[in-house]
Design a protein around this ligand. Structure first.
Ligand SMILES: CC(C)[C@H](C(=O)O)[C@@H](O)C(=O)O
Ligand code: SF4
Length: 764
């Protein structure tokens, strides 16, 4: 609730303070979650957990589900059922499981026959489900996108998805405040995608770790909502928990008349509150980064990390120019994977495929900017020989609007493939994939090894740059398609009529359906005490962690991302187990499925219980809890590294695993001992890592709250549910102060809370 303004606050401080239900002396807070987006990949285990514990979804009115990652993007003309439409069995199972879950738990769902279906991060804003000042989560790292509206939006793991479904709250610690200010005048051909790629190049993929970034400055203020979303979307690639931009006229104009946005007087009240959501003069930021717009030119990535950026006018870096051995090794590794020779001009890099889509760049403005390049290239413009180009709108509504504007005709005439909405070739979970060795110019957000398909090579860029590459067959400076000549071609080219998005937002807003009898029965069974005890029986059970002794496997790779730890094709599981083979699969097995000489295939490391990585930023990228599940299935319960990405770290704790942070030198020492096959002993009680070599133990720090829970094997959800009175009190105040946050169709009915049995372990 709004506290008296004692000292200047940042935008993040304000939203945080407005959502704290409870906070302990160590800064561990319980915060309320206003909006929860759900998709098929990260939710099955969460719903299973609810079922096992007999818990309902606490706020169906604040929850919105869709299917996006696994689905084919081929025509749905002949769609009859999901069973028949989704050919790949595991993908199909995830989609149909979501269909069942939304029915059982009574959730609003945009399925394959709904024209509002699309990528979660496109449909939330489009519908006005995303609003300024809210907290918004999803089991997906790119939830940061929604921060463009001045909300606190971030990705969570599946255990936390279950926590939010059950309690509408999350256990959080406040992050640091970081501000990235972009001032000046943008160069020709530079879009918000180039700006954010440039920023990530400056701060690095771990630059925002532990922070919430506020994007500010005249350049950001001048951006449309679509452009702002592309920027906030990629805050996670800069390591940040979330990205946000203060709401303003541009935000309000975008939201007005969206189906789920407040209306009439309530809108006026909401807008008055939203106008207070900006950083106060003199507020303190822990980290400040200033970017000059003039320094940015159209940008592409050359390597396998989003920080591997270079101006399109630049060259592939040469490892010989680097003295830092770890930087040199990282470049060599990336160049080998990307099959690029040092010093090759970026414009000479030939491509096989182009992907225009993803939650970064699949909105109407992105499609317009790609189409504009085609028109600017003249009536004969056509996809370069041998190149395949896929255009995938972010939602059914974006598709309809693009068709109404004539964009599809421009694409099709130039030989681009015009598809149905979904995540598509952004990650290798559906049929749209790169073949091994293929090179793609992609408007998505991740260029990790194997991201778009095993062995595939990705160059990230803007939609306009992607269109330019499609036409030439190689990475191309988009400015070759701009200027007076281009303007003349645009003037004489096909006339596109800009449509108003609200024309397409006409579907009625209905209350979520009632849960099916199945779910209702489970809940009353729990209330009657017939259901299993959540803390011991539910699938979200946390095991105790005290002392772990065993073989440690050494790794010397920087920025190990969760796509590497658990590649996308293994995310199609419905359980938390069965992922042993997924672990580092692209490194452990060759194209024929034969084991490689990767460390975990060698003795004694096949029995490793600990992983020691002596390079920074372990676990960056996606929020997939499948990464810790795969480690756990292999038998690894502890990872030691100089630093971890936030979501991965959180996910390990959720699974009774321990992430230990030591200095780079200490990690290197331990990795060396691990190379000799020496065991390590990790003692959580004493907070030290002991070594078989007999050398002094290394003490480590760990969050007090997490340590306590690990040592005692406590279940977060059951403990949070003990705070039901405070949660209810918060909700009552929320309804009074911000009535528009009670979701669509919400009738104010009381949400039943199952009453978990208390044991003496639950000592919050
Ligand atoms: C599947 C999901 C967990 C994942 C994410 O968190 O980002 C995906 O959307 C991705 O882009 O890798
Ligand atoms: S990053 Fe790609 S896979 Fe992940 S939500 Fe966005 S479009 Fe989907």
């Amino acid at each position: 609730m709004p506290a008296p303004v004692a000292q200047p606050k940042t935008l993040y401080d304000k939203i945080w303070d407005d959502h704290v239900i409870d906070i302990d002396e160590n800064g561990q807070a319980l915060i309320y979650i206003d909006r929860h987006l759900v998709h098929e990949v990260t939710s099955p285990q969460a719903f299973e957990g609810l079922r096992n514990a007999g818990r309902p979804v606490r706020r169906p009115d604040c929850t919105l589900a869709t299917v996006d990652h696994n689905i084919p993007t081929t025509s749905r003309k002949n769609y009859t059922t999901t069973e028949k439409f989704v050919a790949q069995p595991d993908s199909r199972a995830q989609c149909t499981t979501l269909e069942e879950n939304v029915k059982d738990f009574g959730l609003t769902y945009f399925g394959l026959t709904d024209r509002r279906q699309g990528i979660v991060h496109v449909i939330g804003p489009e519908e006005g489900f995303t609003l300024p000042g809210i907290t918004c989560v999803c089991g997906d790292s790119h939830t940061s996108t929604h921060g463009a509206f001045g909300s606190l939006a971030f990705g969570i793991g599946t255990s936390e998805v279950e926590h939010v479904l059950a309690t509408q709250t999350l256990l959080q610690r406040k992050a640091k405040n970081m501000r990235v200010t972009v001032e000046g005048t943008l160069n020709e051909g530079v879009t918000s995608k180039d700006v954010v790629l440039h920023i990530i190049g400056v701060i690095g993929t771990a630059g925002g770790t532990g922070c919430v970034i506020e994007f500010a400055g005249s350049v950001v203020r001048g951006f449309s909502m679509e452009a702002r979303m592309s920027m906030c979307n990629m805050s996670i690639e800069g390591g940040a928990r979330a990205g946000m931009i203060a709401p303003d006229e541009i935000t309000f104009n975008y939201l007005r008349n969206r189906p789920l946005a407040p209306k009439g007087e309530v809108w006026d009240r909401a807008e008055a509150y939203w106008r207070t959501l900006k950083t106060d003069e003199g507020a303190k930021f822990d980290v400040e980064v200033n970017i000059h717009a003039e320094d940015i030119v159209p940008t592409v990535t050359w390597g396998t990390s989003p920080q591997d950026v270079v101006p399109i006018t630049g060259k592939v870096p040469d490892p010989a120019n680097y003295t830092d051995p770890s930087k040199k090794a990282a470049i060599e590794r990336a160049l080998k994977y990307m099959d690029l020779a040092p010093n090759t001009p970026m414009e000479e890099v030939k491509i096989d495929k182009v992907f225009i889509g993803s939650c970064t760049n699949s909105r109407i403005e992105d499609l317009r900017s790609a189409a504009k390049i085609i028109i600017a290239a003249g009536p004969e413009a056509h996809v370069a020989e041998g190149v395949y180009v896929m255009v995938v709108p972010g939602s059914g509504l974006v598709k309809q609007q693009a068709e109404a504007e004539g964009l599809d005709a421009v694409f099709k005439r130039a030989g681009f493939d015009w598809r149905e909405a979904g995540c598509s070739m952004c990650l290798g979970m559906n049929e749209d994939q790169l073949k091994p060795g293929e090179r793609c110019a992609s408007t998505s957000n991740r260029n990790f090894e194997g991201r778009q398909g095993p062995g595939g090579r990705t160059h990230l860029l803007s939609p306009a740059m992607a269109a330019a590459a499609a036409l030439t067959g190689h990475l191309t400076d988009v400015r070759r398609f701009l200027g007076a000549d281009a303007e003349a071609k645009i003037a004489s080219g096909p006339k596109l009529k800009l449509a108003n998005p609200t024309e397409f937002l006409t579907d009625p807003v209905l209350p979520p359906p009632e849960p099916t009898k199945k779910a209702a029965d489970a809940v009353s069974a729990a209330a009657a005490g017939d259901a299993p005890l959540p803390s011991t029986e539910s699938s979200s059970k946390v095991e105790k962690f005290t002392v772990l002794k065993g073989i440690a496997a050494p790794l010397h790779v920087e920025n190990i991302d969760t796509d590497m730890i658990a590649p996308a094709r293994f995310l199609k599981v419905l359980k938390r187990t069965g992922l042993k083979h997924a672990l580092f699969a692209n490194l452990r097995f060759d194209a024929n499925g034969q084991p490689t000489d990767f460390v975990l295939n060698r003795e004694p490391y096949t029995h490793a219980k600990i992983l020691v990585c002596d390079k920074h930023n372990f676990g960056c990228g996606s929020s997939r809890e499948h990464a810790p599940w795969a480690l756990k299935d292999f038998g690894i319960m502890c990872v030691i590294a100089p630093s971890f990405a936030d979501i991965f770290k959180n996910n390990t704790f959720q699974n009774g695993m321990l992430p230990v942070v030591l200095s780079e030198e200490q990690c290197a020492e331990l990795a060396q001992e691990a190379e000799q096959g020496l065991e390590l002993e990790v003692d959580l009680e004493k907070q030290e890592v002991r070594r078989a070599s007999g050398k002094p133990a290394f003490p480590f720090q760990v969050d007090v709250f997490r340590r306590h829970r690990l040592l005692n094997g406590l279940d977060d959800i059951a403990l949070t549910l003990q705070k039901a009175p405070q949660i209810e009190e918060f909700e009552a105040r929320r309804s009074q102060l911000w009535p528009w946050l009670d979701g669509f169709g919400y009738k104010g009915k009381k949400i039943p809370l199952s009453a978990p049995k208390l044991t003496n372990k639950m000592d919050w």
